[in-house]
Design a protein around this ligand. Structure first.
Ligand SMILES: [Zn+2]
Length: 192
């Protein structure tokens, strides 16, 4: 994919998720036909998110041909900024990989709805004061955590898919209707 096309996908928010899956599927099966061990090197990875606080939407290919795309990672960092303070922090690309894998697993056609991405220390401290459910040293403050739901997938199903990844922390918040995902140590808990 050329840089121009890539940028236009990012800028216009076109159906990168759908088009990328059309591109990625034959590439992966082709690799399988050839018996290549590392078929992922031929694929694309996509991120598709609606930030519920800012109203911003993002759909883009963020990884292709074995590399993360710096421009897109910058856009992800901005998309997941602390909306209260405007602070931007690098988001761990492994978190995007986790979202991409979960999206494939649950076969969503929708974008993740983001309840919380990066949180500055000040914001996290304020939320911690308000709720015992907000950890004092949250991985949200390191760009390693995200709270999400999917409009076309039951929360329990999303939660179960996240658990099968064994990729980090998974918190289930059925009353608040989101799942916390992070790329810290593997652990699980239930909130409200
Ligand atoms: Zn969280």
């Amino acid at each position: 994919m050329s840089l121009v096309v890539r940028r236009s996908l990012l800028k216009l928010g076109l159906g990168a998720m759908a088009s990328a899956s059309l591109i990625a599927a034959p590439a992966l099966s082709h690799a399988a036909d050839l018996g290549q061990a590392d078929s992922a090197a031929d694929g694309l990875r996509c991120v598709a998110m609606d930030n519920l606080h800012t109203g911003e939407t993002m759909e883009a290919v963020y990884w292709e041909q074995g590399d993360y795309i710096p421009d897109v990672l910058d856009a992800v960092n901005a998309h997941l900024r602390d909306f209260r303070t405007g602070d931007v922090h690098p988001i761990d690309p492994k978190l995007l990989d986790l979202l991409d894998q979960i999206a494939s697993k649950v076969q969503t056609k929708a974008r993740f709805q983001v309840i919380s991405g990066f949180r500055s220390q000040a914001t996290n401290a304020m939320l911690h004061e308000q709720s015992a459910e907000v950890a004092k040293k949250s991985l949200h403050t390191q760009g390693m955590a995200i709270d999400v739901r999917l409009p076309d997938v039951a929360l329990e199903h999303l939660h179960n898919a996240a658990l099968t990844m064994c990729a980090g922390g998974v918190g289930f918040y059925p009353e608040s209707n989101f799942v916390h995902l992070d790329v810290g140590p593997v652990r699980t808990w239930r909130g409200s």
